[in-house]
Design a protein around this ligand. Structure first.
Ligand SMILES: *Cc1c(COP(=O)(O)O)cnc(C)c1O
Length: 375
């Protein structure tokens, strides 16, 4: 029998349907202006985003990957430096480190929260792997919408005098001890890819920084190193946020907090449904607020659970199926922390992401909950 309801795992088109009138108006405004790259919409989005986040400066760019690479360049971290991050992340985090010319070192994640294992990081900072340049920065990833353990991480990086950068690409609006992620370290990068909690209808990214000087430098680096038109003071790249995306993102930003609240409500419904099964709901840090970019479970038999849900027309995904250090492009050439990413390797074989986006209807959520009771 055909399922009556189908539920995709993600659905960026639904966000358009909900804000269609406002988005159409915003896009028409850009077409009429004749200004398509770096203009008023971009500037307005940067200042509205900075205000929403509570950070002094934000600079838009072409992607989350570029946001990270621009930050590393901005801190003069490149050739001759190592940067520590996790292997359980979007490959983009590692790609950005290599784009900057620096060398990635990968540490493990915690088994409950899936974020950087502080002990493994401490071991790397105390005793760096042989044959790599000095560690100059750490990129911490707030995975699935939940903050990493920022208190100890900030202390540890401070003690070792390394730059701490937050990768907030999955955690727009998440907080730790009452403060938003993206304001907790030296600087932060956000992806604005369509499926993120804050996403445009194309690629985009933004950095959040504390100092005016760094903001100015990154503004130059994103456009050929220009401070004056056509004159490169230093070598830069082309990583600009276009006006259409910026105009759309201004509309999307106004719906972000409500979208995150809806994600939390969906998560609570999934928690209730799982209470009667053998599957444990995602573990929350008591000092943090989760924004559920993904709702990730670890069923005893993942393939069976996945097949059961797919049979009901319920979409799932795996974020991520293969640790970065196991992927062909990176295999056997990256330095790892002393735990050898053991948790990362175990967990990547167990995790399953359920449908999660704010536009899921109550009926769809109830349908997924019924499906969960059967696993
Ligand atoms: C999506 C994502 C990125 C990369 O963003 P792009 O905009 O696709 O370049 C980086 N880090 C994490 C954790 C992400 O989820």
């Amino acid at each position: 029998m055909k399922p009556i309801i189908t539920v995709p795992q993600a659905n960026p088109a639904a966000g358009y349907r909900d804000q269609k009138a406002e988005i159409d108006t915003a896009v028409e405004r850009v077409f009429a202006s004749g200004n398509f790259v770096l203009g008023r919409e971009g500037e307005a989005f940067e200042s509205e985003f900075a205000q929403w986040l509570g950070t002094p400066h934000a600079v838009g760019c072409a992607s989350g990957t570029d946001a990270l690479a621009l930050l590393l360049r901005g801190f003069d971290i490149g050739e001759g430096s190592s940067v520590v991050t996790v292997s359980h992340t979007s490959v983009a985090t590692i790609a950005a480190i290599e784009l900057s010319g620096s060398v990635p070192i990968l540490v493990d994640i915690d088994r409950d929260y899936y974020t950087m294992d502080v002990t493994d990081l401490a071991a790397v900072l105390d005793n760096p792997p042989r044959g790599v340049p000095p560690v100059r920065a750490v990129i911490v990833v707030h995975l699935y919408g939940q903050s990493a353990e920022m208190g100890p991480l900030v202390q540890l990086c401070g003690r070792h005098d390394v730059v701490l950068i937050e990768d907030c690409s999955q955690a727009h609006g998440a907080s730790y001890e009452g403060r938003k992620v993206g304001t907790l370290a030296h600087a932060a990068a956000f992806s604005l890819y369509p499926t993120k909690n804050l996403g445009g209808f194309g690629d985009g990214g933004i950095v959040a920084v504390q100092s005016a000087k760094l903001s100015e430098r990154i503004t130059a680096l994103r456009q050929y190193g220009w401070r004056r038109r056509y004159i490169s003071d230093e070598t830069g790249m082309n990583s600009r946020l276009d006006e259409i995306q910026a105009a759309i993102l201004r509309v999307r930003l106004r719906g972000l907090d409500a979208g995150n609240a809806r994600r939390r409500k969906i998560a609570a419904a999934y928690d209730d449904a799982l209470a009667s099964s053998s599957v444990r709901p995602p573990v929350r840090r008591f000092e943090a607020e989760h924004v559920f970019h993904q709702y990730v479970i670890r069923p005893p038999h993942r393939e069976d659970a996945q097949a059961h849900l797919h049979g009901l027309g319920i979409g799932t995904a795996v974020h991520y199926p293969m640790p970065v250090h196991r992927q062909p492009a990176y295999f056997d050439r990256l330095a790892l922390g002393p735990s050898r990413c053991r948790n990362t390797e175990n967990i990547s074989g167990q995790i399953l992401s359920l449908p999660m986006f704010p536009e899921l209807t109550d009926a769809q959520v109830e349908y997924v909950c019924d499906g969960l009771r059967g696993i």
